[in-house]
Design a protein around this ligand. Structure first.
Ligand SMILES: [Zn+2]
Length: 298
C-alpha cells in the first residue's frame, strides 16, 4: 500500500542520470551489433525463489537440465557456427557443476558474474555484497578467472549494487532496459559507473519458452519467436544500434528452442553487417572510442 510519505520521497528526476548513449561507429565492416549472451543459473534460478526448492526435485530438475544437456548442446551449436559468447554464471552453478563451467571456459567463451545464489538485488537487501563477493570467489577458485562483466540475477538493480560493482572492478553491466546502444552509468555520487550494454525482454528466451508448475507461461513456437527476433534485429540494423540476447541453457538448450536459436543465429550471421560479439569485446570497443573522444576534447 502506498502512503503519501513514500510518494513524496520519489525524486523528481530521471531514475537513470546517465547522458544519452553516444553513437560510436561499430568496428568496420559492421554497422550494428549483437551481444550474444547466456545466463547460466542452473538450479539456483529455483532456489533463489525458495531455498526449500532444493528438496523439490522436479522443480530442481529444470535447472539440472543445464549441466546434463542444455549447456553441452549450446556449446556444440556455437562451435558449429564459430561464434563466441558471454556466459553469466552464478557462483553456485560453478560450485555445483564445475565440469560444465570448465567446458564453457575451455570452449573460449567469456565468463561473466551473475551473483552466487541468483538472489534478486533489492533496495536494502542484506545479501548484495555477499552475492558479489561470493560469486567472484567461486569463479576465481574454480576457473581461475576474474570476470569483468556482470548481469543482475532476475534483472533488478539498486544504487548500492551499482556502486559496489565499480568498487569490485566490474567494467560492464548488462541489465538495464533503457537504450539500444552501450552507455556509461553515472553513480549517485556523480562518479562514472560501469559501461551498460542494455537488454530487452524480447530476447529473453524464458519469456517465450519456459513453463513450470509454479510459473506457468504459454510456450511459443519457433515461427512466432523467430519472427520477433528477426524483426527486432532488422529494425536495429536500420538504426545502426544493437541487441542483447538473454538466453538460458535450461530453455534454449531444449530441442525445439535450440532449433530456433540455430535458425536465428544463422540468419544474424548471414546478415554480415551485424557484429556478433561478447560483452568484453563490446565494452573494450566502447572504452576505446570514449578514450579517443576524451583525448580530442582535452
Ligand atoms: Zn539468471
Amino acid at each position: 500500500m502506498q502512503d503519501s510519505n513514500s510518494l513524496a520521497s520519489i525524486p523528481l528526476r530521471p531514475a537513470n542520470m546517465a547522458p544519452p548513449a553516444p553513437h560510436y561507429p561499430w568496428p568496420a565492416p559492421y554497422t550494428s551489433a549483437m551481444f550474444l549472451s547466456f545466463d547460466v543459473d542452473a538450479e539456483s534460478a529455483w532456489t533463489a525463489k525458495d531455498a526449500l526448492n532444493a528438496e523439490r526435485l522436479i522443480t530442481m530438475s529444470y535447472g539440472g537440465y543445464e549441466a546434463r544437456v542444455g549447456t553441452p548442446k549450446l556449446l556444440e551449436l556455437l562451435d558449429q557456427l564459430d561464434l563466441k559468447a558471454t556466459f553469466f554464471i552464478t557462483g553456485w552453478a560453478v560450485d555445483a557443476h564445475p565440469a560444465m563451467a570448465e567446458s564453457i571456459l575451455k570452449a573460449g567463451h567469456e565468463i561473466g558474474h551473475h551473483g552466487y545464489h541468483h538472489l534478486l538485488p533489492d533496495p536494502g537487501d542484506p545479501f548484495i555484497e555477499y552475492e558479489i563477493e561470493k560469486g567472484f570467489e567461486a569463479i576465481k577458485r574454480r576457473l581461475g578467472v576474474v570476470p569483468t562483466g556482470y548481469r543482475a540475477p532476475s534483472g533488478e538493480f539498486t544504487e548500492e549494487l551499482r556502486q559496489s560493482l565499480v568498487r569490485h572492478g566490474i567494467t560492464y553491466t548488462s541489465s538495464f532496459r533503457d537504450d539500444v546502444r552501450p552507455y556509461r552509468h553515472v553513480l549517485a555520487t556523480g562518479q562514472p559507473g560501469t559501461i551498460e550494454i542494455p537488454v530487452t525482454a524480447s530476447y529473453d528466451d524464458w519469456m517465450h519458452g519456459l513453463s513450470a508448475r509454479f510459473s506457468p507461461r504459454s510456450i511459443f513456437p519457433k515461427e512466432h519467436v523467430l519472427s520477433m527476433w528477426k524483426d527486432e534485429l532488422d529494425e536495429v540494423r536500420d538504426w545502426g544500434a544493437m541487441v542483447t540476447t538473454v538466453l538460458h541453457p535450461q530453455c534454449s538448450g531444449r530441442p525445439m528452442r535450440l532449433r530456433l536459436l540455430r535458425d536465428f543465429l544463422t540468419y544474424a550471421k548471414n546478415c554480415q553487417d551485424v557484429w556478433i560479439a561478447t560483452g568484453e569485446q563490446i565494452a573494450a570497443h566502447f572504452q576505446q572510442h570514449e578514450a579517443a573522444e576524451a583525448a580530442q576534447k582535452a
